[in-house]
Design a protein around this ligand. Sequence first.
Ligand code: PMP
Ligand code: GLN
Length: 379
Amino acid sequence: MKSKLPHVGTTIFTRMSALAHQHDAINLSQGFPNFPADKKLTALAAQALRDDHNQYAPLGGKFSLRKILSEKVARLYDRNIDPETDITLTAGATQAVFTAVATMVHPGDEVIMFKPAYDCYEPAIDLNRGITRVFQMKPPQYAIDWNAVEDLISEKTKLIVLNSPHNPTGKLLHQADIDALIQLVDKYPQLYILSDEVYEHMTFDERPHLSVLQFPKLAARSMACFSFGKTFHVTGWKLGYIIAPEALMNEFRKVHQYNVFCVNHPFQVALAEYLKDADNYLNLPAFYQKKRDHFLSITSRSRLKMLPSEGSYFQLADYSEISNEKDDAFTLRLIREKGLALIPVSGFNQNAEQHHNVRICFAKTDETLEAAAEIINRL
Ligand code: PMP
Ligand code: GLN
């Protein structure tokens, strides 16, 4: 059979975690926490199973969960969304992204994205026969030149894919980026936005997460997606949600109902209850900043030079003082010879551009971070 994705292999995250396992290496590669989820949340999930919330959920998701999420959005982003029409629960942000792209992108439509980029956007665009136009961000700042972005826009441009806090760079969109984006949306009425905000609760040094939902002109043209897996240390639950204005959401649900129809019911019941305590998410920036700062302090004398992380649970590091190998060779050698798994970043760049940096996930226990630091400090 002819492949629809001839250039795609197994994701780097899966490959690196498998190699880490094989070589018994410390795994700071794939982005998942190695500490347990909150016992209160898992107890609520167990209770929901025992209470027999075990049949299909409504297509849009359990209403009590949509309702409390709409209250969270009002509180954090000052936007009133209608829980009936403007939000849909999804099987993680991955399915939200895929279904959103399938909803919005027609064959020949152009989609602008920023690289390095998380790996699930481009295959979704390809499978829907969209055409990707790339703005390649450069280290160490990974800034976006919005004039260059405007040069990528044609009458065929339909969508811009945003991701802030950003995987893998740890950068945030700042107010100047938002202002530039508003100008573009004003100038090009055919443009929509898919905003991946799965790390919304991981921002550091008092920097706010700027959501497209906060800005009326952006919110009117955006689908914004979120992930409970990332927020509540339960990546294996594969639950997330997407928010969009009613007309867009109607189209999304047409696709969603044949893509998955509805998603895991008992865990939605548990999350609706758990979200009643806003501290469960309001405490997250401090929790992750402590991890980032601890990791930075115990690796400060390393020749692996850490690039500033403003958000997400990732940290980029420049290894050019240690080696001039390509990043995939360097990371393979690290796993095999030093027992440490990190992610090479070139695969997320346009034409696998080499920046001689690697991605580190610091969503790990202090013991794991300290054991990793011992290796890093000897490199
Ligand atoms: N977007 C980004 C930027 C991610 O890092 C991830 C990985 N979790 C996802 C989307 C997918 O999220 P989920 O696990 O909820 O599908
Ligand atoms: N989002 C996670 C990361 O960036 C991995 C998810 C996956 O393995 N597909 O590492």
